[in-house]
Design a protein. Structure first.
Length: 560
């Protein structure tokens, strides 16, 4: 039996366990993830997905995927399809419970009619600007609409005519009659419906009035039998309105619980800003590997396991804070260290000729696929007289503590032999173009029978067998820790990182990487973790670096 203490319950789990102990909701747990289909999901949504699905799973409950598709001017089936794919990829399983707010439009309308009949909703002719102007201030109450005391009969007639399409956009709204003096602005007669003559991606032209989010959200939860409506913290001040609508209608009332949303440094999470980056071509699309979108992270090389582990590590809090993106990167490193097979790739090749190796011959050397997983076994890699090493692994004049190749020094070639530099050649500009070495045949496999040690080990590929490839090195999209700082008047795009993508061509890789599959992860030894890009073909392999072996930014900051 393990003596490791279990992780303590988060505050949401504490609420749920208290509800279960009290027999609340017939001891059911039913959660949902309710995205608006107006953009692609990002890492912040991943936290909500993992929380909602993970909570339902932990308590043998149910989980719904529901689209809050109440604004047809910003929504698209492209977003619906991408969200379904992303939630499924992360491991969320809604079984047969895929719902849309638009499934309930008729019921929303009937509920609105019921509120009118109760004298708790009215049709208002004020424009949007006029409604805002009459809401008051935190220190002063709002001003009641001159249309607030219309009769039930007049309101029912006008609302029916709104539904029938008799009025233009913005001419009228349906508002809840609550309290224009409430200290909570959300209760100052909020708008429930607006007129919008726009086709909907699912209902077409059937409707020209559309429910506001605050009106629809609680009704959806109630209709679906949700027990715990888990929302991010910005909805805390909307909870009294959520409760008011359900209580006024006297229908099943789920419990809304708010938690702190995910914020990452060097990242923006605003859908509007992410859309701006896409539309203005600062990135190649929603799935650009520099984007914090789930599809972008997936294309870059992130795994669902790493993202779920990241969400588990950061936990669930009641107060907003910013998480260091290094925590996300470390979750990926930890995951890929266990699963990624090792390969050798030279990104900036320098030719090395081993003078005493027989010309016209090659041999197959044995290399470990993954030292963290013996079951992955070994592979054969070709070795020949001419190889490539990284340019940085040779120095004409070596600085202190430089243990790689330099004239007269012996180093180890990974899985191969000890070699000693005997000379080199330069071009007219003084760049080293070729290094000449000798090898010790007795050191096959990378160890010496006489017990001598070398301090440096470098990777390599056989020139004759190497695969030419492009390798894309991704870095953080922003240079500023908080590019979304509301106190900074500068446009967030002014801190875009010009070095966020380096496409390195002419790379030389192990021949086995020519047939790399899209879902295969590799560790290029001494360089980082990589995944074949969707652009990759056997004729032109393209690999994305998901993450480096270490946090290079932390090293830079330490130097500074």
């Amino acid at each position: 039996m393990s003596t490791t203490p279990e992780k303590s319950l988060n505050f949401i789990e504490q609420i749920i366990e208290a509800d279960l102990a009290a027999g609340k909701n017939e001891k059911r747990v039913h959660t949902r993830f309710p995205p608006e289909p107006n953009g692609y999901l990002h890492i912040g949504h991943a936290k909500s997905i993992c929380l909602n699905f993970g909570t339902a799973q932990k308590y043998n409950g149910r989980f719904n995927l529901r689209f809050d598709d109440t604004n047809p001017t910003k929504e698209d089936t492209e977003y619906v399809d991408s969200i379904i794919e992303d939630v499924r990829w992360l491991g969320g399983d809604w079984e047969d419970r895929l719902f849309f707010a638009s499934d309930y439009f008729e019921r929303f309308y009937e509920y609105a009619v019921a509120l009118i009949q109760k004298g708790k909703a009215y049709v208002c002719d004020l424009t949007g600007d006029e409604i805002r102007e009459t809401r008051g201030t935190p220190a002063s109450p709002g001003t009641e609409s001159p249309y607030r005391n219309r009769s039930v009969e007049e309101n029912l007639d006008l609302f029916s005519r709104m539904k029938a399409g008799e009025f233009p956009d913005g001419a009228k709204t349906l508002r809840a009659k609550i309290d224009m003096a409430s200290p909570n602005f959300n209760l100052r007669d909020p708008v429930m419906y607006r007129i919008l003559h726009a086709p909907h991606h699912r209902t077409g032209d059937q409707w020209c009035i559309y429910p506001m989010y605050d009106w629809a959200h609680g009704l959806e939860d109630s209709i679906e039998g949700i027990t715990h409506s888990i929302c991010t913290l910005e909805f805390e001040h909307h909870r009294p309105l959520y409760d008011w609508f359900l209580d006024a209608l006297e229908i099943y009332h789920p419990q809304q619980i708010e938690f702190a949303r995910l914020a990452l440094n060097y990242t923006v999470m605003s859908k509007r800003k992410l859309l701006q980056l896409v539309k203005e071509r600062y990135v190649s699309g929603w799935d650009d590997p520099r984007m914090p979108t789930i599809c972008g992270l997936r294309r870059r090389g992130y795994t669902p396991e790493a993202i779920r582990e990241f969400c588990r590590r950061i936990g669930v809090a009641k107060f907003n804070s910013t998480i260091d993106v290094v925590q996300l990167e470390n979750s990926l490193r930890d995951d890929l260290n266990k699963r990624a097979r090792r390969r050798m790739g030279v990104l900036r090749p320098l030719k090395v000729v081993i003078e005493n190796y027989p010309e016209g011959t090659a041999e197959q050397l044995e290399a470990v696929n993954n030292p963290e997983n013996e079951a992955d076994g070994t592979r054969k890699i070709p070795f020949s007289r001419v190889i490539y090493i990284e340019q940085d692994d040779f120095r004409e004049e070596a600085p202190k503590k430089y243990y790689r190749l330099t004239p007269g020094r012996e180093v180890r070639l990974r899985y191969a032999y000890y070699i000693t530099c005997t000379g080199f050649t330069k071009d007219a500009d003084g760049n080293v173009t070729e290094v000449r070495c000798t090898y010790d045949p007795a050191t096959r496999g990378g160890s010496s029978p006489d017990g001598r040690k070398v301090q440096g080990t470098i990777h390599w590929v056989s020139a004759e067998h190497a695969v030419d490839a492009e390798v894309r090195l991704y870095d953080r999209l922003f240079t500023k820790e908080n590019p979304d700082d509301p106190q900074d008047p500068a446009d967030f795009k002014t801190c875009l990182n010009p070095a966020s993508l380096e496409a390195v061509t002419g790379c030389k890789l192990e021949p086995s990487l020519k047939e790399a599959k899209r879902d295969e992860h590799f560790q290029f030894e001494r360089i980082g973790y990589f995944l074949a890009d969707i652009d990759s073909t056997p004729e032109k392999p393209v690999f994305n670096r998901a993450v480096s072996l270490r946090d290079s930014w932390a090293k830079q900051e330490k130097k500074g």
